[in-house]
Design a protein around this ligand. Structure first.
Ligand SMILES: Cc1ncc(COP(=O)(O)OP(=O)(O)O)c(N)n1
Ligand SMILES: Cc1nc(C(=O)O)sc1CCOP(=O)(O)O
Length: 544
């Protein structure tokens, strides 16, 4: 008998420890199937063999009624005893070859994949689907491997040489998946990848739900629609500076019409400065670190800034909840990995944050962005390490490649600050000149660029990349104008806020481009083109 063709679009994995009060597993599973679950995996870690088999038969009766395949977790003997449709194994369980010999050719075998090495080790295995995870951190499996995040997932899906497995092998993605992040995961994992995701495998969100039927109906609806505010990558042509001019006034108009709330979780040193910058740029700041209110704030947020400058491990659950809540409402998330390479704690906090949910913009200096890229960077505190040196010639191309690679891996926007600021959405790369050396001696100037970016994209969710570019231009120009005639860093900081306030009014910036004093400052955009194979090619500098 040939193996059944399976619809993996909504895969339920059970955990009887997470059921709502007075609810049996059988009832929960049946309700979930009525809502649209297409595969059920019985995962029992605490039952004796006899109890596992008994429960397996009970659940199998239900799944058979709805023609939904039942997969048994870990245990070949139980799968055989129950005559389940399949088995799911991890790397500590029975190997695929032995499982196939024991189960025969017509049973489904699924395998867990956490990294590229496991994918290679699966070479030639006779398995039917892969369970890839954890995509995000989860309390359901406390000993889980470090989360893949979007970048890890994309690395796996883009893997070119996994000969020996069917190229279209179905993939389900597991770990922290819920109705708030499902669309982001599906969207971020789509593109030119070799393998694609068929659906989520979900434990706690469904098993602990009071109304699993309704919840699964919501999952089904979300599976087919893209997230409302995913950005589409932008194909800048070498002559496209005009596009920035064309859009700048509508971007600023949206900011001023809405005065959106920008929730900051930021470091103690810069709170006051960032709040003032946010107000001057047209936003409404709230600096809250209460985990109890992150979900309520996300309901009304325009955007969320997460700056890990003074973070301790105690703050990880707060970061986690805030990212998840803001993803749920489609609020842009701007992450500043302050000092990411300076200590083990900061490296692990960066991984926690990137493994908590979708991040729209990563903004950092060169050392921070290289750390996010996976390099080991010796940072002296939180200040930038400019090892790629100047912005000329080859080093300039190296920077362009760095930001575009990180943006491609995370399917987001990456801003790398420095004497020149670099920004990429994975497709286009733009280098923006401007700014002033006094920024380097006032605490919080780097951090508050994240604030201005968040303020600009909060109400320009359909053109995030352009909004980030506009934010950097406004910011750098304000920094330069503020430096005129001031005595030093203290008075510059005050003048900077004044200039931001003046410029970010719609008419202020709109008129600005036409003024001679703007032209005289010599700010420029350098736009990088791609050749026919998609590689970064030549660049063209355009004076603003
Ligand atoms: C669909 C799916 N994917 C991955 C897993 C994890 O399986 P495993 O690695 O065996 O870990 P445990 O489930 O045994 O804790 C899964 N169960 N289902
Ligand atoms: C069973 C399991 N396996 C994982 C893996 O990464 O292999 S993560 C996981 C638990 C997923 O639970 P939830 O949907 O509640 O986050």
């Amino acid at each position: 008998m040939p193996r059944p063709s399976v619809d993996y679009s909504l895969y339920l994995v059970t955990d009887s420890g997470l059921l709502p009060k007075n609810r049996s597993l059988a009832e929960q599973v049946e309700r979930a199937i009525r809502g649209g679950v297409t595969v059920v995996q019985l995962r029992e870690k605490k039952l004796s063999t006899a109890e596992f088999i008994k429960r397996g038969r009970e659940i199998h009766e239900i799944t058979r009624k709805y023609n939904v395949p039942l997969i048994i977790n870990d245990r070949v003997d139980v799968a055989l005893a129950v005559d389940a449709e399949g088995l799911h194994v991890g790397w500590d369980d029975c190997d695929v070859k032995t499982a196939r010999e024991l189960l025969g050719p017509d049973k489904i075998i699924g395998v867990s994949i956490t990294n590229l090495d496991e994918l290679s080790r699966l070479h030639g295995a006779d398995c039917d689907y892969l369970g890839v995870g954890p995509i995000y951190a989860t309390n359901t499996k406390p000993d889980h491997d470090p989360p893949l995040g979007i970048s890890g997932l994309r690395d796996l899906l883009q893997r070119k040489n996994f000969e020996g497995l069917p190229s279209k092998i179905p993939i389900v993605v597991i770990g922290g998946v819920n109705t708030g992040n499902l669309q982001w995961i599906k969207w971020a994992a789509s593109g030119e990848e070799r393998m694609s995701i068929q659906g989520p495998a979900v434990v706690s969100a469904i098993i602990s739900s009071e109304d699993p039927e309704d919840l699964c109906l919501s999952f089904r609806k979300l599976l087919t629609a893209p997230p409302a505010f995913a950005f589409s990558q932008h194909e800048f042509k070498l002559d496209d500076a005009a596009e920035v001019y064309t859009n700048i006034s509508s971007i600023l108009k949206n900011v001023h019409e809405h005065k959106s709330m920008i929730h900051h979780i930021t470091n103690d040193v810069v709170k006051n400065f960032s709040a003032n910058v946010c107000l001057a740029a047209g936003g409404s700041p709230i600096m809250s670190e209460n985990i109890e209110e992150t979900a309520d704030l996300a309901r009304i947020n325009g955007a969320f800034v997460l700056n890990m400058g003074t973070a301790s491990p105690d703050a990880h659950p707060l970061f986690f909840e805030a990212i998840r809540s803001n993803n749920q409402f489609g609020n842009p998330v701007v992450f500043d990995p302050v000092g990411a390479g300076a200590s083990k704690l900061r490296r692990s906090t960066t991984a926690v944050i990137l493994g908590a949910g979708y991040i729209d913009v990563i903004k950092g200096n060169e050392g921070e962005i290289r750390t996010v890229a996976g390099e080991t960077v010796e940072m002296r505190g939180v200040d930038s390490v400019d090892t790629i040196l100047d912005d000329e010639g080859e080093s300039s191309k190296t920077k362009a490649l760095l930001v575009s690679t990180v943006a491609q891996r995370h399917k987001n926007i990456v801003v790398m600050t420095g004497v020149t600021d670099w920004v990429s959405d994975g497709k286009s790369v733009i280098a923006i000149s401007g700014g002033h050396m006094l920024q380097g001696v006032v605490t919080g100037t780097g951090c508050s660029l994240g604030t201005v970016i968040a303020t600009m994209i909060a109400n320009n969710r359909n053109c995030k990349f352009l909004s980030v570019i506009v934010a950097i231009i406004v910011y750098n120009y304000a920094a330069m104008r503020a430096a005129e005639g001031v005595e030093g860093p203290g008075s510059w900081a005050v003048a900077f806020i004044d200039w931001l306030f003046r410029l970010s009014g719609q008419s202020g910036m709109d008129a600005l481009f036409r003024k001679p004093e703007f032209k005289e400052l010599g700010m420029s955009l350098e736009i990088w083109g791609r050749d026919s194979e998609g590689n970064l090619g030549e660049s063209k500098k355009v004076r603003l």
